[in-house]
Design a protein around this ligand. Structure first.
Ligand SMILES: [Zn+2]
Length: 296
């Protein structure tokens, strides 16, 4: 009894604290209020990011994604005209486009990419200046004539497109968008309220910004290495010689030596390091050499 009274006399209660601090300053309260609002917004962004957690059915990876597959596909399709326009239109050579389609379809049909159920499309762009290949969320993949014409074999083309298919099925674009939302303190719900995936995707400023961002989509090093690995596995499933990918890296490195820095180099850095990984993959999976019936 005695003890309790003594402690209560010494320790300030919630009441006494409030009485002491309240009159001190209104400005202090305003700052505190702003701080609280800031924290709430940050917490909300964080928890909405966390709530997007899902396991990628193809790669088995835990990811944080706010887009549904349908939204990814819709957004990708919406960005196609912009991509085509920026790279000099569609390539006019129907045979080259047919070869690209043939290789791309073979890669998807024979590999685990088919289970991802993305509607893959492979587009050859007329651009003869910019050496590049890229993928949009949802299955739209592209290669410029500048890169296409530098490739020497079908397996090299398969290597490039396998890598891009890797970006799609690992959902790197959608993951990047989720991360961007987190940094900007936005929620997927707000952004995607404008896009119900399929029927209507309204041209809000935010949507335009998102799609604009895809033009210069840069993935992290981790994403690139993952796509390399997925691409090699996709090549092997489709009986393409995976070692052709080392030559692709050399071609890119050679192109990088010129006056014009190819875009593929900035989005796909360090060909040297990646060659080593490719060689390790080939060694591990084909210690006896590449089977004779594989396409070179
Ligand atoms: Zn890449």
């Amino acid at each position: 009894m005695n003890n309790q009274r003594q402690t209560s006399r010494r320790a300030p209660t919630a009441e006494t604290v409030r009485r002491r601090t309240t009159p001190r300053s209104r400005a202090g309260n305003a700052i505190r209020m702003r701080l609280i609002i800031g924290l709430v917004v940050a917490a909300f962004s964080f928890f909405s990011f966390i709530s997007k957690r899902e396991v990628n059915p193809t790669t088995g990876e835990v990811q944080y994604i706010s887009l549904t597959r349908e939204q990814e596909i819709t957004m990708g399709l919406q960005a196609v005209p912009q991509m085509v326009q920026q790279h000099g239109g569609l390539d006019p050579d129907p045979e080259a486009q047919a070869l690209l389609d043939m290789v791309g379809e073979r890669l998807v049909r024979n590999s685990f990419a088919v289970t991802s159920e993305y509607p893959f499309e492979f587009t050859l762009l007329a651009d003869e200046e910019v050496i590049n290949a890229f993928a949009l969320p949802g299955g739209q993949t592209f290669i410029t004539a500048a890169l296409f014409n530098r490739l020497e074999t079908e397996a090299q083309l398969a290597g490039v497109m396998g890598h891009e298919i890797g970006h799609v099925i690992a959902r790197h674009g959608a993951q990047r968008i989720a991360k961007q939302e987190l940094t900007e303190g936005l929620t997927g719900a707000v952004v995607m309220a404008a896009c119900d995936g399929g029927t209507s995707c309204q041209g809000t400023a935010r949507m335009a910004q998102m799609i604009g961002g895809m033009v210069n989509m840069k993935y992290g090093r981790e994403d690139e290495l993952e796509s390399d690995e997925l691409g090699l596995a996709i090549m092997v499933d489709s009986s393409y010689d995976p070692s052709a990918m080392t030559r692709v890296m050399e071609i890119l490195a050679e192109a990088g030596g010129g006056a014009r820095q190819p875009e593929f180099m900035s989005t796909h850095p360090d060909p040297g390091n990646r060659i080593q990984r490719i060689e390790e993959f080939v060694q591990e999976n084909f210690p006896e050499g590449i089977p004779a019936d594989f396409t070179r």
